[in-house]
Structures are given as structure tokens and as C-alpha cells.
Design a protein around this ligand. Structure first.
Ligand SMILES: Nc1nc2c(c(=O)[nH]1)N[C@H]1C(S)=C(S)[C@@H](COP(=O)(O)O)O[C@H]1N2
Ligand SMILES: [Mo]
Length: 156
């Protein structure tokens, strides 16, 4: 079923949609059943200063590949047209490019974390983690929605 903005997800679920062949609602339990990575990130927040957190969860890349974006997976350049918008429950969001997380390009090991500092995020929802970021803005908590889009509509 294609998630729409009128569907109300139950707590902790993420709607994954857009230009993908297999849109899905993903629970934290589902994300935990995928191959897991762990990472510690340090970053700077303008209001709370230096922060440090330990996260574990699947690679964002693996989660998004499972949804089968509508590019030709074997065509490197075709993948570079895709954007990823990640929304937190409070409305905070950030846009990534497919090229940032693609192993043939930026290869940033972004996670969709299911635990933070060894505490499960089942009730609040997963956390986007962008290793290497200097500031905290893209470590988005309580992710509720991820949309993967081809850039076509920008050029219509
Ligand atoms: N959903 C959501 N996540 C967010 C933000 C936000 O406003 N909403 N702010 C970001 C910013 S600016 C920072 S610095 C970090 C702070 O994370 P911490 O307080 O858990 O260390 O959260 C990030 N994640
Ligand atoms: Mo921040």
C-alpha cells in the first residue's frame, strides 16, 4: 500500500514512499531485523554544545534499496538524480542526495538507528545518523517519513 499523508502511522513507524517500486511502513522491529551497524558520533549543537551518542541500526542505503527506487540500479549516473527527504515527528527535515550515501560516490554510512546510547527507539521511532557531520542538524530524531524522489519534477 502506498502510504499517504492522510494515513496516521502508529508510533515508531516510518512511511517510506516516493519514486520507489515497493513503498512500505517500517517498524523499528523490522529495521532491527536487517543487518546492523554501529557508530559513535560527536557533533556540535549551537544550543547544547558538544554532544556524543552511540547508535546502532541498518544502513539507510539498505533500507532504501529494499524499496527499489525507480532508477536503473546498474546505471551509476541514473542514481545521481535521486533525492531523499527525511522528516522528524516535530516537522524538522533534511534533504540528502542518493550520491551522498551511494558506495560509488560519497559513501557516507548513514544509519537509520534503532537504538541510541543502548536504549531501543521502538516507541519514538528511528533516528537518522550522518557520521562525519560537524553539527547535529541531520541527526534527525523520531523519523516518521522518508521520501525518495527523482529530480524530474524540478526540471518539468
Ligand atoms: N526531530 C528532530 N531531530 C533533531 C533536531 C530537531 O529539531 N528535530 N535538532 C537537531 C540538532 S540541531 C541537534 S544539535 C541534535 C541534538 O541532539 P541531542 O540533544 O540528542 O544530542 O538533534 C538534531 N535532531
Ligand atoms: Mo543543534
Amino acid at each position: 500500500m502506498q502510504p499517504t499523508s492522510t494515513d496516521l502511522p502508529t508510533d515508531g513507524q516510518v512511511a517510506l514512499s516516493g519514486d520507489v517500486r515497493v513503498p512500505a511502513w517500517l517498524s523499528v522491529a523490522t529495521l532491527r531485523s536487517m543487518p546492523q551497524r554501529e557508530t559513535t558520533v560527536r557533533f556540535e549543537c549551537r544550543t547544547s554544545g558538544l554532544r556524543r551518542h552511540y547508535f546502532s541500526g541498518p544502513l539507510l542505503l539498505d533500507v532504501l534499496r529494499a524499496a527499489e527506487p525507480t532508477f536503473d540500479p546498474g546505471e551509476r549516473k541514473d542514481r545521481l538524480r535521486f533525492l531523499i527527504s527525511v522528516l522528524g515527528r516535530d516537522g524538522h527535515r533534511a534533504v540528502l542526495s542518493w550520491g551522498e550515501i551511494d558506495p560509488d560516490f560519497g559513501h557516507t554510512p548513514a544509519l537509520l538507528a534503532v537504538s541510541m546510547d543502548c536504549r531501543g527507539l521502538d516507541d519514538e521511532g528511528p533516528h537518522l545518523v550522518m557520521p562525519g557531520d560537524r553539527c547535529g542538524g541531520r541527526h534527525i530524531s523520531q523519523v516518521t517519513d522518508i521520501r525518495v524522489y527523482a529530480d524530474d519534477r524540478l526540471w518539468d
